[in-house]
Design a protein around this ligand. Sequence first.
Ligand code: NAD
Length: 509
Amino acid sequence: MTTTSENFVSSPRDTAHDVRNPANGQVIGAVNWTDPADIPGIVAQLAKAQPSWERLGPEGRGQVLARFAQWLIDNTPRIEAQLIAETGKSKIDGGIEIPSILAIIAYYAPKAAEFLAPESRPASSIAMNTKKITVHQRPRKVVGVISPWNYPVALGYWDVVPALLAGCSVLLKPSERTPLSDELIAKGWAEIGGPPVFEVVHGAREVGEALVDTVDFIQFTGSTATGKKIMERAARRLTPVSLELGGKDPMLVLPDADVKRAAHAAVWGSMFNAGQTCVSVERVYVHDSIYEQFVDLVVDEVRGLEIGAGLDHSVGAMIDENQLEVVDRHVRQAVSAGARALTGGARIPGHGSFYAPTVLVDVDHSMECMREETFGPTLPIMRYSEESEVIALANDSEYGLSASVWSKDRKRAERVALQLDCGTVNINDVIMNLSCLTAPHGGWKGSGLGSRFGGADGLRKYCRTEAIVDTRVTLPSEPLWYSGPSWLAPVALKSLTKLSNKALRPFRR
Ligand code: NAD
């Protein structure tokens, strides 16, 4: 079986797959890709170890995760150095990943026993009062987590942690573009003496497909196109999937918004992580009355942004040339169709894949930059005049991940929010819903299926319910049994109808 520690090699080898730093193109390490044919064996080992992990109970598992959290704290500097090297992020962009995982462990480990506790359910009618009903949460055996490159650590472990706490074994496949920091963290699991219920495998599509073909649940984060393929493939074995996919998040700035705060948020929300965030601000709609002021504020701030990898608070690199090309295509297409780039508008020449932060105006929905996920440091701004118009524009998208609404009138903002077709709406903020672990994070339409976090649901999604229906009163025979008197069954059925009819009476007019 491939083990996590065997995969990692600190210096590049011909047979291994190199990993490059997108900020300078240099090879920084390599991993051996797992043979897809080995995946069934790895999954079988994980499945074998799972029952004793389940028996350990939520508190026992929480203690192991607390030790893992300590390891993460102790090793934060070298993990962050590794992930900054393989992504070209700034220090702050790279610095949010470990704290976000710690927050998940801190929230879910102490609450796991409560969230997974068996639940007594009352009888649905007096006729079933003879039954004692208890619903248990039973973990799925092996959860496969397939993650993307934009937050290489967070987007794996945000799902690995809840699945482990739920009592599952977990097999993680990070993106082939950013495998090194996940590999490093997996070593931590071994160092704390974690049981053999967690493994990391490496590779691209073929390894991902092998996971889909073998595990009991797929938690996928990545593009909409891949999400559709995974769902189709998972259907062959009726394997459940949870899909966290792409987005085109709109920001709706209403006429009574705090314009300065909204402008700061638009800049940070679109440029953070070089725009490579699923919930980044991808398009902005500003009311006519404040449009000029908003654009001026945004342009001023964007002009002052620093660019570079590993700096404190800069706009970092794009992950690779392909991603850079998507961004450049959207900008060029918009400009050729009549948009104006008030800042940036081109890649930064020289080594590394950096794109100049770009503010676009005079955009409309015929342009790719307003319809397709750009995933780069661009901020297209469009003006509007009517509330109904901005709601229609926001909903005019095949995506529905999240959105933000800006207004000093919270009731108005909420009224607008509840007309948007998406999984989450931030009012007067952006992105921060992701830190609210009691709120579910999931997309509508092309942005996904299911959700992560959301309080108890964040653990229960990795379980199947098992209902125990116990008989409180055991008589020699039951009304429908052959062994009872023949008149009893029709009487029992008539009584059932009467009871239902009586219960419905107050609702009839
Ligand atoms: P991607 O779909 O190209 O790849 C994601 C993962 O899937 C990688 O590990 C890849 O190796 C694997 N994969 C590729 N083809 C596969 C297949 N046929 N079967 C199984 N696995 C396969 O996505 P990406 O470019 O790495 O990530 C960027 C995308 O992720 C963006 O669209 C972004 O919006 C989305 N994303 C969504 C969320 C969210 O929570 N909704 C969060 C972050 C990123």
